[in-house]
Design a protein around this ligand. Structure first.
Ligand code: IPE
Length: 242
């Protein structure tokens, strides 16, 4: 089994509210299915989550902002519906899970996700908001990836983004940046330079934690999903965390 996260910046236009990148998402999902391994899918929220959260002051108290909370919840669910529609068209049997509903007192309860795997379904989890007391908080797809990897022990954890992998500098700002084909788990990005992560600081922490479980963890460009076929050989074009 493999665990795959489709990043929000890959499946949506992150700068434009609720803009779904259908063709790109569909091409990646086709390739993932063609790859032939059973998988668990996780996806981010992109412009279906981050923009309105920021505007509404989330994470933070939701008191007096219940409508905004509902709107974010509805938007993230809508993006998930767009993804599951594609999976259904491609003949899969997806069942969706949001951390909003998996939340228990101080933790997330994934037993329903495990049951859906056992029953032969394709679990689709997504980064979402959840309620904690008077606050609304965000649980990212990257954190979900760690939880799922910890529970299901997949052979691979793959992060598909809109860049080729992890770079020595933010590739969207520095054209001369170099792709790091292998990245050591000991690498402390923040100690080198803040722009090294290209907004990937949190993501890299999640990836390192997954790699330290002994799961092969990689990052690749979802715009070239056929690169997945080289996942287990030296030609793999992306970054592997070791
Ligand atoms: C964020 O999930 C969820 C919300 C903002 C509600 P992610 O952090 O996994 O989303 P991306 O991949 O960064 O867009």
């Amino acid at each position: 089994m493999i665990a795959i996260k489709l990043g929000g910046s890959f499946i949506t236009d992150k700068s434009s509210y609720r803009t779904f990148k259908r063709d790109e998402s569909e091409r990646a999902l086709r390739e993932i299915i063609k790859f032939g391994e059973p998988f668990v899918l996780v996806h981010g929220a992109g412009s279906f989550g981050h923009i309105l959260c920021k505007k509404s002051g989330f994470p933070g108290t939701y008191k007096g902002k219940e409508t905004q909370l509902s709107k974010v919840k509805s938007d993230t669910a809508n993006l998930n519906a767009l993804i599951t529609e594609i999976l259904l068209e491609l003949g899969m049997a997806p069942i969706s899970f949001s951390p909003f509903y998996l939340r228990r007192k101080d933790t997330f309860d994934y037993s329903s996700v495990l049951r859906s795997v056992e029953a032969g379904f394709l679990p689709v989890l997504y980064g979402d908001i959840y309620i904690d007391g008077n606050d609304v908080k965000i649980y990212s797809g990257d954190s979900i990836m760690f939880d799922i990897c910890n529970l299901l022990n997949p052979t691979d954890a793959i992060f598909m983004g809109d860049v080729d992998g992890i770079f020595d500098r933010d590739p969207k700002i520095y054209p001369e940046s170099q792709l790091l084909r292998t990245v050591k788990t000991q690498q402390d990005f923040n100690a080198i330079s803040n722009d090294v992560t290209g907004g990937m600081g949190g993501k890299f922490i999640a990836m390192k934690k997954i790699a330290s479980l002994g799961i092969r963890t990689s990052m690749m460009n979802g715009l070239f999903p056929e690169r997945l076929n080289d996942l287990h050989n030296d030609n793999f074009y992306g970054s592997v965390i070791k």
